[in-house]
Design a protein around this ligand. Structure first.
Ligand code: PRX
Length: 655
């Protein structure tokens, strides 16, 4: 690929790359007519795509409907009947792809053998496990919790739920037992699938004891336990059963349950601006349509590709591009169990080399981490099979983009910077590989069939060169979530109130002169810590539950590798108890309440935090303080402006 021209943006010279002739020839999409067709009639375009990409048992009677007065209440493919596991498995097996590898599983321990699982093998396992779940009483619409590490059984479990028309709620295995419990209660889960333990950097972590905390006091009737490490665990005869015992007696075939397109496929909890995580509800037909086409077009997957999405299955990226999308298109993917730098920082690149990965999708935080480890870890390996790279989860800075492009991609591979959210189900803004251009820090344009605009405070569209709020226009994307589980009020308030008639993404963005979009980051109290979504409110809630904490304020601080890290200001009930030991104890408490990913990078014990006269914490000031801004902005509206100086000294002293 050639750097064919330079553009000037923000006084910085930027590279602009275009697809090579080879890429254009091979790509599923390489001329603009698809954008034009989609723009002319997005509903007709997307309905055509839903029909082309997926197998429906019964065709819908209405393509799309939304109530003018209740834009959030939109529906796609009304009356259509579909099953996700049928589309991901049965139809490929029937079409002669039974022996194609669905995924290669690479365990963390290098001495353990990897596994190749064909579509037929996956189909068999899914059928059997669906029968297991059925026997445990799981029916269409029931919720099943899945709390598993990156092992094949996690995909089998998700697909088995989908086969029954049951709803899965996957909880990231690094979340604590308490977090799991909150999610199981909110979802009213009947069954939990978990493992005895998992490996993390060569150590065995006892997952089952977290799962025990998670299910205590919930309506979970059965716990299915995968034997991953075989270490000793606590066992509750009344609820617990081994996966392998149940599978031994399971029948081979389970009839897929075809559901109405708008029925729920899964719930995935994510952080909002308040303390309580939100259960993001995704439907079936719309979600699958988005998953299918974005996977196929963004990553340009063909039969000879090996696609590796590094995201954990516990996040939406793992759901859509580490499970549903690649299986729907019948691709081969790679699933990696371990940590990126274990046993050494060359592990990922060795994996790319060993399994001849062609398309690689990861987060900027990982790229920055590998930049720091140094090029030598990459150079030891032949990455010549790579032909396309993806980025997701947070804005990618210029240097990380260039390093990814040059050192990982050898200057050959386009970088597809995909913007999307747990709520959107699939990518919505990015450049397509056969179209371009690929510009560092710029996500690109709307995926065909979608329209986002950038507006100012008053909701008016900004001019090219300006920044504002990113909002989605109707018709809303088929992959969009359909609500917050059991909380319609919050759903409407959070997403549909500020800019009436539009979906409010809570992201800031800038419109470039060429109509491409650059995402600038969240405009609410959600942080992206190493690509993980965390809310300041959630962390504050957790800290406030510590017996010695009276109140707290958490703000994100920019970090060279993780993007952002949380910094906590804590007011103690008894200030004389402040000590380094107490900091450690609070960290332990956060590990227990949320999980280690929420650990603050700094903790300050303070007398007060800046508040408005109505008592609201002014996070704006704290954010400026931790950023080291000389000017923290106006303090005249504060109830307690005097505390700002004290905090400033503390933060400066620490920095
Ligand atoms: O701020 C945006 C950022 O991640 C947020 C969504 O987080 P989550 O629901 O965890 O989903 C992450 C994976 C899709 C968005 O509101 N974000 C996501 N992708 C990008 C991004 N920011 C900039 N560029 C991206 N490509």
């Amino acid at each position: 690929m050639k750097n064919v021209k330079w553009v000037v943006e923000d006084e910085k010279r930027k590279h602009v790359y275009w697809p090579s002739e080879h890429m254009k020839k091979r790509a599923w999409v390489s001329d603009h007519s698809v954008y034009q067709e989609a723009e002319k009639d997005p509903v007709a375009f997307l309905a055509k795509k839903a029909h082309e990409g997926l197998d429906w048992k019964k065709k819908w009677n209405t393509e799309y409907h939304h109530d003018e007065h209740k834009p959030w209440d939109f529906k796609w493919f009304i009356g259509g009947e579909i099953n996700a596991s049928y589309n991901a498995l049965d139809r490929h097996v029937k079409a002669g792809k039974a022996d194609k590898t669905a995924f290669i599983w690479v365990p963390e321990l290098t001495e353990e053998a990897p596994k190749k699982i064909t579509y037929k093998e996956l189909y068999d396992e899914v059928n059997k496990f669906a029968n297991v779940l059925k026997k445990l009483g799981v029916k269409r619409g029931d919720r099943v919790g899945i709390y598993l590490p990156m092992i094949p059984e996690v995909i089998v479990s998700m697909m088995a739920c989908a086969r029954l028309g049951a709803v899965h709620s996957v909880v990231f295995s690094a979340f604590s037992g308490e977090s799991l419990k909150d999610r199981l209660i909110d979802a009213d889960a009947k069954v939990l699938v978990t493992a005895d333990s998992c490996y993390r950097r060569g150590k065995v972590l006892d997952l089952k004891s977290n799962a025990d905390i998670g299910v205590a006091g919930t309506d979970v009737e059965h716990v299915v336990v995968v034997k991953r490490t075989g270490n000793a665990i606590t066992w509750n005869d009344a609820k617990d059963q081994w996966w392998h015992d149940l599978m031994k007696d399971a029948e081979d075939y389970c009839e897929p349950e075809f559901v109405e397109s708008n029925e729920t496929l899964f719930i995935l909890y994510t952080s909002g601006t308040t303390g309580k995580p939100k259960g993001i509800v995704h439907d079936t037909g719309g979600y699958l349509t988005q998953a299918y086409w974005t996977t196929k077009w963004n990553f340009d997957l063909h039969d000879d590709d090996i696609f590796w999405c590094t995201a954990d299955i516990g996040w939406v990226t793992g759901h859509t591009y580490g499970c549903y999308g690649p299986l729907l298109v019948g691709a081969t993917m790679l699933m990696f169990e371990g940590a990126p730098d274990y046993p050494d920082p060359g592990r990922w690149w060795k994996t790319v080399e060993d399994y001849k990965v062609t398309v690689f999708y990861t987060a900027p935080t990982a790229i920055r981490m590998f930049m720091k480890f140094g090029d030598e870890w990459v150079k030891k390996h032949d990455l010549g099979t790579l032909r396309l790279l993806g980025s997701v989860g947070e804005p990618i800075n210029h240097d990380a983009w260039m390093w990814y492009f040059e050192v990982i991609g050898g200057g050959r591979c386009p970088i597809i910077d995909t913007w999307w959210q747990t709520e959107t189900g699939g990518t919505l803004i990015n450049t397509l590989p056969g179209i371009g251009p690929f510009i560092p820090t710029v996500s690109g344009r709307d995926f065909p069939g979608k329209k986002h605009v950038i507006v100012n405070e008053e909701g008016q569209e900004v001019k090219p060169g300006e920044s504002g709020y990113l909002i989605q226009k109707p018709p809303f994307a088929p992959g969009m979530f359909r609500g917050i589980h059991k909380d319609e009020k919050k759903y409407i308030e959070n997403y549909w109130t500020r800019f009436p008639g539009h979906y409010d993404t809570s992201d800031g963005a800038r419109l470039n002169e060429d109509d491409t979009i650059r995402i600038t980051g969240r405009v609410d109290d959600v942080m992206k810590v190493a690509g993980h979504r965390l809310s300041t409110g959630e962390l504050e809630d957790a800290i406030n539950k510590h017996p010695l904490a009276r109140e707290s304020a958490v703000v994100p601080k920019p970090d060279n590798i993780k993007g952002e890290v949380p910094v906590a200001f804590i007011i103690l009930r008894d200030p004389s108890k402040a000590s380094e030991e107490l900091k450690k104890d609070i960290v332990k408490h956060i590990d227990k309440t949320i999980g280690p990913i929420a650990r603050p990078s700094e903790i300050y014990f303070v007398h007060d935090v800046p508040k408005t006269r109505s008592g609201k914490i002014m996070r704006r000031i704290l954010r400026a303080l931790v950023r080291g801004d000389a000017d923290v902005g106006s303090t005249i509206t504060l109830m307690n402006p005097e505390c700002v100086e004290e905090l400033k000294k503390m933060v400066q002293h620490h920095g």
